[in-house]
Design a protein around this ligand. Structure first.
Ligand code: KG4
Ligand code: ZN
Length: 369
């Protein structure tokens, strides 16, 4: 595709790895900033709320029902037709396999019929490269991904070149928020409800543990914190609104503190590994990055260590297809179309970095893992 280098590249992206059905068209004219021509995201939260979490079968069926219309809407909003796009990029993993099959099969059909190249994209690569779409960030930089299924610190060295520096040895952070909410009788999804309840709470009432704080590796753990929350909730039962607020505030304080400590380790390590990088940066992604207290704690940690703190707009932090289209553009530009996407089978597990030694536990747990 090198003959296209000095022209405009337009890619249609499709994302169906969890509970958002999304499609987007992103364009890049060499020498200019990339442009999101359209980004349509349909959240399935209402379909899953009654079950207190994502139900894979319901998710897959909802993707089947919605995806064609979402792709049409994304093309219409962008003012392009299928004939105008240079390639189709679809999330091929990691995620819930039913949804991945729907997205990838649809993308194969569209790309096959329109005779366009197809790119099978790793969802995590989409998150990892978003800061280049929004802020034109140069490699290398650090990514903190905190969502319902992932809690990782990744060194982003280049397109397709990642090193996972840290992961959770048990629960994902979003999962810890969701489980805390459930224990306290707050509705799904837990994160925003825990944050809301915490506003009126006393963060000093419960001395919850700061998991892994002080350990040399920047890895995470949230299972012990979850147990401490359960014990506090059981001991204080029946819970008043004040108890719930205090537990949420104390939980959030513990999480922010632990996260800042873990990220601080990684920032120090980045400095040591890349003394030549003049303006080092930390990027956050994932639904938990919506949390204001966590953002403040991370920002403070970055300020203390001379790092730029980049938090893309929330709609691009959470799952979306613009990041998948963009990852497709990045791969085309880098001459890395990847494996034969027409023959690619969806991968429910697909680490960004296949060379790092696995940590105890999967690093991906929970409804979204
Ligand atoms: O990135 P995301 O939308 O989906 C994936 O997990 O892929 O992240 C969803 C997670 C859920 O666990 C949700 O509870 C959490 O992000 N979350 C939050 C907040 N908003 C969403 N956690 C803490 N504070 C929030 N404001
Ligand atoms: Zn995600």
């Amino acid at each position: 595709m090198s003959e296209r280098r000095d022209k405009m590249i337009r890619v249609l992206g499709i994302e169906t790895s969890c509970d958002e059905t999304a499609a987007s068209v992103v364009a890049l004219r060499e020498g200019a900033a990339p442009e999101i021509l359209s980004s349509v995201v349909l959240s399935q939260i209402e379909e899953h709320a009654a079950f207190g979490g994502v139900v894979p079968e319901i998710a897959a069926r909802a993707h089947v029902e919605a995806l064609d219309g979402i792709v049409e809407a994304a093309l219409a909003d962008s003012g392009t037709t299928l004939a105008d796009v240079d390639a189709v990029a679809a999330t091929a993993g990691p995620g819930l396999v039913g949804g991945l099959i729907v997205g990838l099969m649809t993308a194969k059909a569209i790309a096959g019929a329109a005779r366009k190249p197809l790119l099978a994209i790793n969802h995590l690569e989409g998150h990892a490269l978003t800061a280049r779409l929004t802020d034109g960030l140069q490699f290398p930089y650090l990514l903190l991904l905190v969502s319902g299924g992932h809690t990782q610190i990744v060194l982003v060295r280049g397109v397709g070149d990642y090193r996972r520096w840290a992961t959770t040895i048990d629960d994902a952070l979003g999962e810890a928020f969701d489980k805390t909410a459930k224990m306290l009788g707050l509705p799904y999804p837990g994160g925003p409800n825990v944050e809301r309840a915490a506003r009126d709470g006393d963060p000093a009432r419960f001395a919850f543990p700061r998991p892994m704080k002080g350990s040399a590796q920047p890895d995470f753990s949230f299972a012990g914190l979850k147990t401490a929350v359960r014990q506090a909730a059981t001991a204080a039962a029946p819970l008043s609104d004040k108890d719930v607020a205090d537990i949420c505030a104390s939980f959030q304080a513990a999480v922010s503190d632990a996260l800042a400590d873990r990220v601080g380790r990684a920032l120090v390590r980045f400095r040591e590994a890349h003394p030549d990088v003049a303006e080092p940066a930390l990027v956050v992604a994932g639904g938990v990055a919506a949390n204001a207290e966590i953002r403040t704690a991370l920002q403070a940690q970055c300020g203390k260590r001379g790092f730029r703190f980049i938090a893309p707009p929330l709609a691009l932090c959470t799952d979306n297809a613009a990041m998948i289209a963009w990852a497709g553009i990045e791969r085309i530009r880098a001459g890395l179309p990847g494996e034969d996407a027409f023959a690619f089978a969806p991968r429910s597990r697909w680490p960004l970095d296949e060379v790092s030694t696995p940590v105890v536990g999967s690093g991906r747990r929970g409804a979204k893992a």
